[in-house]
Design a protein around this ligand. Structure first.
Ligand code: CA
Ligand code: CA
Length: 376
């Protein structure tokens, strides 16, 4: 047990966490709901997390590390990670499990890769096997299964969030890379939701079959920067995306629909130049909910746990500029914010733990992994 104790001590040192009480605090929502927040660990720019079947977690950090973390905060770096393009919004991104992870051990990771001496970049998705047979976990059978095309300049709007659908298909959000117009271009995987088989091969029932090979990977188009993707219990796909100057959106994603960016938005350009609202162009799918002013959503879970039974079916969005965890009532195909929890930190990621607790990652160097439970 000495080994384990050392890891725990190291984790606490890394976290800068003092003994329990100081790292537990209450947070009261705008509607008066009180949650108890417990800091479990901290990381250098944490970005995403997912729970393994045994209740431990995988946590990514934007600079490019993958950690295996226990619920009490022990953390060990997973070996086998590759170099990632890092800077601006670029870095290591999402981590999700294959639907049959318990049998096959497959994990999916997204990251930015940089080419041409840093002049161009784009997102990629890699599949690997998580091998926990040794003292520390490692990745094996590493295989790239998706590359965002084309690579373009800049360090923003990669999106690269990942989710598996109830049909076992792999969905990837591909941001507009701050180039805007390519979101309407079926020859570029920018501003799209991508749908693939679990090995990266292209299904033959995607909606755009007559616009070239790249378009055959698309499920929906007209998106901006989608940092949240989740399926509800009825199997509907939801994403959120950041608007430009305000107008963040929560969208119900339907096969083959166009969500309007940059032709319509309920926000405006940063320059102040107005963009026509969604209602002016009904041919584009309008958001189910939108935010003016912006919340800058990042991370998304649709809750189905037992710890908060009243919240089953509801959405929880992390907020960057809003420094909030945003609680959205979702009923059938409607959605509306009902409260937000704020403690002064940008929220990058939200997950539901195996016991139904909500877990969040703060967005900063030293960002904390927090477990949120009912006050009593
Ligand atoms: Ca996650
Ligand atoms: Ca839109």
């Amino acid at each position: 047990m000495r080994h384990r104790t050392l890891f725990f001590a190291a984790a606490i040192a890394t976290a800068g966490l003092s003994p329990a009480a100081a790292q537990t605090f209450d947070v009261t929502s705008t509607a008066g709901t009180i949650l108890r927040a417990s800091a479990v660990a901290s990381f250098d720019e944490p970005w995403a997390m997912t729970f393994l079947p045994d209740g431990t977690l995988l946590v990514t950090t934007k600079p490019g590390k993958l950690f295996h973390v226990t619920q009490r905060g022990d953390q060990t770096a997973v070996a086998g990670m590759w170099e990632v393009g890092y800077g601006g919004q670029a870095g290591l991104g999402d981590v999700v499990l294959h639907p049959d992870f318990a049998a096959n051990g497959l994990v999916y990771l997204s990251n930015v890769e940089t080419l041409d001496g840093g002049r161009t970049s784009g997102a990629i998705v890699t599949r690997a096997r998580l091998d926990r047979s040794g003292a520390a976990a490692k990745l094996t059978d590493i295989e790239r299964i998706w590359t965002q095309q084309p690579k373009v300049s800049g360090q923003g709007h990669f999106s690269h969030r990942i989710a598996f659908g109830p049909d076992g298909m792999l969905f990837i959000t591909a941001g507009d890379r701050q180039k805007q117009q390519p979101a309407q271009d079926l020859t570029k995987a920018l501003g799209k939701v991508i749908r693939l088989h679990d090995d990266g091969s292209v299904p033959d029932d995607n909606p755009w079959q007559d616009n070239g090979d790249l378009a055959k990977t698309f499920w929906s188009m007209g998106h901006r920067n989608l940092l949240g993707i989740a399926f509800d219990s009825a199997g509907r796909l939801w994403t959120h995306e950041m608007g430009p100057r305000h107008g963040d959106e929560l969208n119900l994603i339907v096969k083959g629909r166009n969500y309007g960016w940059p032709i319509v938005s309920n926000g405006n350009h940063y320059s102040g130049i107005p963009i026509p609202d969604h209602e002016s162009r009904p041919e584009f799918a309008a958001p189910i909910a939108y935010w003016v002013p912006a919340i800058s959503p990042a991370g998304f879970v649709i809750y189905d746990g037992d710890m908060f039974p009243d919240w089953q079916g509801d959405g929880f969005l992390g907020g960057l500029s809003s420094r909030a965890l945003v609680h959205v009532d979702m009923t059938d195909e409607r959605a509306a914010e009902i409260e937000r929890f704020e403690w002064g930190q940008r929220i990058r990621e939200v997950e539901q733990g195996p016991d139904g607790a909500l877990w969040v990652l703060e967005d900063r160097a030293g960002g904390r992994l927090l477990k949120l439970t009912p006050k009593n």
